[in-house]
Design a protein around this ligand. Structure first.
Ligand SMILES: Cc1ncc(COP(=O)(O)O)c(C=O)c1O
Length: 427
């Protein structure tokens, strides 16, 4: 074993924070290996056995390889795909962006990386709400000064204009996401409108030639909204934000296609262009065959709509069943709660067991980590604490992801959870 201290890496790499979810996954896998029954609702992904990609998309991918689409794609993505995505976004969102304002990459992640690398200089302020997904890591990669704004359960953990206002002066990037990972909640039109007007105001105050306040809008979960919830976006609400807004989106969540690796960003061409150059050096293109296949698939409007509708229905049934289960436990007097599901694969649940004692052993659950471990050990329930998404360490809120959940197993999960809550007493 080489002593890593004798071979230092860059300060950036050496100080990258490990992912809390990956650490938790290690513990879970160890338990599964030992044969324990674990309800693993930690990962923001789909079990392909339960949620396969669209059959037509799969057939098109195979066909594209049979036609030997195995060489480099163009750096900004296949024109046929940019045409289709441009049409698709206009059809669903009413936004008109030309194919040259799109950049295709190997999923949404490289595009987020490219947004940061293109806009943010070392030391620049990047403002984002917490809990949120991975903005801390992208800030670290670009040596940004991360300004984390903690959101509140009474606002469904979405940031408000009031909360963001004190932090926007001099900032380079405001990173927003709706529907939001980890909460499965969304901006209301009014809430987003107020934030947008702050961005407009801040940019009016800046001198010509000064770097503006840009807005990254990650809408990777936009297709997965439930009930009355409707996806809203900054440019539809405030067309004057168009020169400042970069959208990040892709196949991964709307088509249960996280491993297919096709994502797209769209925004002003003068920003898309350097993003393309950066990702060209990284080589983070989506494979050419997948691009050809995605273009062919998206042109089948009827089957695309049918797929999205069915996926929404299946996810929302699971989320509602969990939500009702938690409300039932709450009604029984247990210290749990949940926010009504609005979108994505996630349910926001509150399990407030800090200070409770395990009657049999006398151990008092003192920290969030103690509670997470207790749920895993006693109920086999694996969910991700919000502190893994940047919320404060004493947060009693969790993300429960249903992309790996069989609907039939939900009653069992609650039986296990009820039994373990009954093991506790007030300290
Ligand atoms: C909010 C958000 N954006 C982007 C991504 C990454 O998407 P992709 O798998 O397409 O890189 C995720 C993945 O979990 C996500 O939750």
């Amino acid at each position: 074993m080489i002593d890593a201290d004798l071979f230092p890496v860059s300060r950036m790499a050496g100080s990258l924070q490990g992912s809390e979810i990956i650490r938790l996954a290690g513990e879970i896998n160890e338990k599964i290996r030992k044969g324990q029954r674990i309800y693993n609702f930690t990962i923001g992904d789909f079990d392909p056995a339960l949620f396969p990609i669209p059959a037509l998309l799969k057939a098109e991918i195979v066909k594209a390889y049979e036609k030997n689409h195995s060489n480099y794609p163009p750096a900004n993505g296949m024109l046929e795909l940019r045409n289709e995505v441009s049409r698709f976004i206009e059809e669903y969102q009413g936004l008109r962006y030309s194919p040259s304002e799109f950049l295709i990459a190997g999923g949404a992640r490289p595009l987020i990386y490219a947004v940061f690398q293109t806009l943010v200089d070392p030391g620049d302020k990047v403002v984002f709400p917490v809990p949120s997904w991975n903005n801390n890591h992208y800030s670290h990669l670009s040596a940004a000064q991360a300004v984390m704004v903690e959101t509140r359960p009474e606002n469904n953990f979405m940031p408000t204009a009031e909360e963001l206002r004190p932090h926007l002066e001099g900032a380079t990037l405001l990173a927003l996401c709706s529907p939001l990972n980890p909460t499965g909640t969304t901006f209301t039109k009014e809430g987003l409108r107020e934030i947008c007007s702050l961005v407009v105001e801040e940019n009016k105050r800046r001198a010509p030639g000064q770097k503006p306040l840009y807005l990254m809008y990650d809408q990777i979960y936009w297709a997965l909204t439930y009930g009355e919830t409707q996806h809203v976006d900054p440019v539809s609400l405030f067309p004057e934000l168009r020169p400042y807004t970069l959208f990040v989106d892709g196949l991964s969540k709307a088509f249960a296609a996280t491993g297919v690796r096709v994502g797209w960003a769209f925004g002003p061409e003068h920003i898309i262009e350097p993003m393309k150059s950066i990702l060209g050096h990284v080589g983070a293109w989506a494979p050419k065959a997948e691009q050809v296949a995605t273009a062919a698939y998206l042109s089948n409007k009827g089957s695309v709509k049918a797929f999205i509708d069915e996926l929404r229905e299946r996810l929302s049934r699971r989320l509602s069943a969990f939500h009702e289960g938690f409300l039932q436990l709450k009604a029984e007097g247990f210290p749990v709660n949940s926010i009504a599901p609005q979108a994505a694969l996630y349910l926001t649940v509150n399990i407030d067991l800090k200070g409770r004692r395990i009657a049999a052993s006398g151990q008092v659950l003192e920290t969030g980590a103690d509670v997470t471990r207790f749920l895993l050990d006693s109920a086999g329930l694996a969910i991700v604490p919000f502190y893994a998404f940047g919320a404060s360490a004493d947060s009693a809120w969790y993300r429960l992801s249903v992309g790996t959940c069989r609907y039939e197993e939900i009653p069992e999960v609650f039986q296990a959870l009820r039994a373990s809550l009954n093991l506790l007493e007030k300290a």
